[in-house]
Design a protein around this ligand. Sequence first.
Ligand code: TEU
Ligand code: CA
Length: 557
Amino acid sequence: MKKKWWHNKIAYQIYPKSFLDTNGDGIGDIEGIINKLDYLKDLGIDILWISPMYHSPMVDNGYDISDYYAIDPMFGTMEDMKRLIDEAKKRDMYLLMDLVVNHCSSQHEWFQKAMADPDGEYGTYFYIKEGKNGQPPTNWRSYFGGSVWEKVPGYENKFYLHSFAKEQPDLNWENEVVREKIYEMICWWMDQGLAGFRIDAIMNIKKDLTWSDLEPDGPDGLADVYKVTGKVKGIGDFLLEMKHRCFEPYDALTVGEAMFVKEEILPQFIGDQGYFSTIFAFEPCHAYRKGKNYMDYDWPQPFDDWKKETFHNQKIIEKAGFEANIIENHDQPRGASLFIPEEDYGFYSLSALAMIMLCQRGLPFLYQGQEIGMSNRRWEYAEFNDLETINQYHIAREAGMSEEQALKIASHHSRDNARTPMQWNHDENAGFSTEKPWMPVNENYKIVNVKDEEKEYGSILNFYKRLIAFRKSGEYNEILTYGDFKPMYEEEYHIFAYSRSYGDQKLVLICNFSSEGKSVELLEDYESVVFVNYEQTTVIGNRLQMKPYECVVYEKR
Ligand code: TEU
Ligand code: CA
């Protein structure tokens, strides 16, 4: 495996609508990001991924783009964007934007023209098809519920395809002209000084062109579209072309949001010649997703499944390349709530989770607020903003659940949990804005906030700083970046442990991820402790006496 500039770095995802509002409209903006670059630098962050800030009607909070060459006025101007790129550069920070090219917005000029004349040139930019027997072309269900097909206004038997919301029509990647326009746009942005892109929903770009129905998997007679996308052959041709045209010339960092990539094809995705630099390691953090709907998901994350998936994932990745590790993002509940039983939430559990994540092999992506321990909030139905959450609430209701049960499930899993305003201080609106924020603030901001945590040595924020500094230190950066990963204590109940080895250096991490004390036999010579979340570790004979959520990294020379 070739070494790359980004391998030993730390990345951080910003959800711009909820990061920091500087002009009092209740919505985060580019100026807010610029304002906090020093904060992020000080935390130890090198790479920033910013969720979409392009011109958008915001049906899916920016993942529906109406102009790829414009910044949405709610975030600022193109000048602000250029300033952000410059300011990041000044601090040796790298910027990734979000590349959303499976679909655009129904407000995009191309789609407007396609609807005006579906049989004309722009009609070929999308998937517009005739229905069959008065029915849509196929029985595929979109990610956000209902058919993937929507009638072209004014036509009885013409439909366009949307894998996500109906306001997010899928772009026709089979059309060379469309691909050219996409590549041109990507290169234009790279020329502005980006380091690369996070690439949205990319497994969906190749469609099953036989347009075959699937076995229905619900009473609506539909079947999830992702049962076909990602499984059809030929996606590699598009991805390689895009890489050669847009990313290779810039030595860009590309992070694919690629789900369902099996072991056999991982080298094609992230190997030295792969389509992307890296992809997110979703399997471990999605271990709770036991079925396709929120109501089928476990809560909280089952420890054993998380551990098993992590070990499996680390093993298969090692052979193929590098992955991007996460415990949360803007599409998930808060890691602090998902991974930690509510009654155990606190410094030790949060710091243990941080250590387990940050000592693994792979590029860590923190999500805004993770570093201060932001957690899920309590919701009323009327407060939900996210279209997926609202759809999932109704699926639970239709399955016979009470309002109360459906609300509980939606509250656990809602993507809105990750989208509440960043908590900067204990003042009104958590210091996010002087006016009412677009999303309700989590009530715990009086305790969980940057300003107060900065002042307290023992806060989770300061712990993250020390942990990141440890990972980046001259002594441990190589081993934590490139060292082999080996599971340890696999059968031991509620112990998460692994070793990292590099040359003749070896680190061992042992964590008691539970609220009860635990005695663990030391399998290796126990030499110097190099990182720990308690003030003291206790070794009696050859046993480590672990306190609740204690996590230790020791070194064997
Ligand atoms: O998500 C792609 C995707 O597959 C989602 O269905 C995801 O699995 C789901 O949200 C998990 O709960 C990307 C973006 O990350 C997401 O925010 C967008 O809504 C989606 O694409 C459409 O652009
Ligand atoms: Ca604003």
